[in-house]
Design a protein around this ligand. Sequence first.
Ligand code: SF4
Length: 129
Amino acid sequence: MARAATALRPIIEAWEWQTVGLCRDRSTAQFFHPDDDLGRISRRLREAAAKRLCLSCPVRAQCATHALTVGEDYGVWGGFTETDRARLREAGWRDALGDDGLVDVAMLERRLGRAAAPVSVNRPRSSQR
Ligand code: SF4
């Protein structure tokens, strides 16, 4: 069965935000832990460094929205670790979606019991308030 034309979107638009992410030139090892590194201090240090970078990333909201929407199981996305996303799935996150289709990362940080850091967001002009 053919899909409605309105449901079809150019794939490049869905991934365009990744071209301006602050991690684009970083090693993936900073954001995705090796299999044998579960629960080790080095993992926590790596995750903390990745999350610090995410805090000032202009596409943090897009990144976090993507990871939560598709159910990314691994890695740090939008400043949220695997554990953070599991907690958000349990606590609920869809109410943090704005009219622009992006999550409010400050709201999600508060939901995790963390103080919301200043958020740098690269939103489409039409959705800026
Ligand atoms: S929010 Fe973090 S993981 Fe996502 S693109 Fe930016 S730096 Fe990369």
